[in-house]
Design a protein around this ligand. Structure first.
Ligand code: HGY
Ligand code: MN
Ligand code: MN
Ligand code: MN
Length: 395
């Protein structure tokens, strides 16, 4: 299959224009930029001879009749997103579906999942499509400003169609940037993914005593930020005994109430997220999180509340699909590819519950992602596209 690299790069640059901010994008799920991007993608799918179909979550499919291989990723972004995270996989899928139809190649459908970046939860669009999360539960999820997913998706109600039956697809392959340093530092061009780590994500709230920052003696304070600080210090210490160099954990979002410089914060709500390839270790870490939070609360006279836990289990890539990618990588970049795990989450994790999945990576310059500076050499983008096209032809 011969892909059209110029057409692919032009579409990728055009998608970047939706929500463009500096070198990155601001295109969170259901934002005007996200919805405009999805409508543009739908027209490009139609131009390619595919039938565009939105489902109730705003997942956008470009369908061919009959059984087909599904390629794609997501086109929503983090609040400060890179231009390639997700977008690359969607546009690569579109180019391969187009080229395949033009050349009488294999049947390929395309998807752009919604809210992979978790404005509302962890990979919610593909989680609902794959049955991991019910639409009713998803509708109750709120973003950090309190907007409910059920309200946000009303902006796409006019195009929301029926559930797309997963049984029409023979498998799913997602092309994605690595979002880490391994390929770039190794001078490699292609990564063939072996497995995707699991994740746990929850909100924790410490309650203390709001008070005057000038008149309240330190010994009498119940400062909710101090509870977070103590929790974090003890957690780092205790995690050291159970983690590996690949285990990661992050407190990425903290809301202090009332968040004023002359007021001792009475409440602190923060996101607690951890990831690892090993389920028992994820479970062990959850116990340490809960026990440590309770101990800090009891010792300091704080209340502690745990939000609902969102979690996805680790998943291994399908051997046949992965094998096709490895052969294609060997042909295209004989000494410039490797197999590797994914420390980032992807829609492939959810889709793997329904069908065989595989992933192919291209390098992220300096390993940067989830940042406006995220970028990849164009030659590497095209190399990844060619490897995916070659693997699809061989399936
Ligand atoms: O967080 C992740 O791993 C994904 O990029 N949303
Ligand atoms: Mn992504
Ligand atoms: Mn991402
Ligand atoms: Mn005052």
């Amino acid at each position: 299959m011969i892909v059209d690299a110029d057409r692919f790069l032009q579409d990728l640059d055009h998608l970047r224009s939706f929500g463009a901010q500096g070198t990155g994008v601001v295109r969170p799920a259901y934002s005007d930029a996200d919805i405009a991007a999805r409508h543009w993608l739908a027209t490009r799918m139609e131009d390619a001879g595919l039938t565009p179909a939105f489902d109730a979550m705003g997942n956008l499919f470009g369908l061919v009749d009959g059984p087909s291989l599904l390629l794609g990723s997501h086109s929503d972004s983090q609040p400060e997103g890179g231009w390639l995270d997700g977008a690359l996989g969607v546009v690569a899928a579109l180019e391969i579906a187009r080229a395949s139809r033009e050349q009488g190649g294999p049947a390929v459908s395309v998807v752009s999942f919604q809210d992979e970046e978790g404005r509302f939860g962890v990979t919610t669009g593909s989680a609902v499509w794959s049955g991991q999360l019910s639409l009713d539960v998803a509708d109750q999820l709120t973003d950090h400003s309190g907007v409910a997913l059920g309200d946000a998706r009303k902006a796409m109600a006019s195009v929301a169609g029926a559930h797309v039956d997963p049984s029409r697809f023979t498998g799913f392959i997602e092309m994605h940037i690595e979002q880490g340093p391994a390929l770039d530092q190794g001078g490699l061009q292609i990564g063939v993914v072996t497995d995707i780590v699991g994740i746990r994500d929850m909100k924790i709230t410490f309650g203390g005593q709001q008070n005057h920052a000038g008149t309240t003696p330190m010994a009498l304070r119940r400062d909710a930020f101090q509870a977070v600080s103590q929790f974090n210090a003890v957690l780092n210490d205790r995690f050291r005994n159970v983690v590996t160099p690949q285990t990661v954990w992050t407190i990425g979002h903290v809301t202090l109430h009332p968040n004023a410089s002359s007021i001792v914060p009475g409440r602190a709500t923060f996101s607690m997220q951890w990831r690892d390839a090993d389920v028992p270790r994820l479970t062990q870490m959850e116990k340490i999180v809960r026990d440590t939070a309770i101990e800090v609360a009891e010792a300091g006279g704080f209340t502690v509340e745990f939000g609902d836990m969102l979690g996805l289990e680790p998943v291994a890539m399908d051997a046949r699909l992965r094998g096709a990618l490895e052969l294609a990588a060997q042909r295209a970049a004989p000494n410039a590819w490797q197999t590797m795990p994914s420390g980032a989450l992807h829609d492939a994790t959810n889709v793997a519950r329904l069908m065989p999945v595989a992933m192919v990576f291209v390098p992220s310059i300096d390993g940067i992602s989830h940042d406006f500076a995220e970028d990849t050499e164009r030659k590497d983008l095209v190399a990844g596209l060619s490897v995916l096209a070659d693997a699809v032809s061989a399936l």
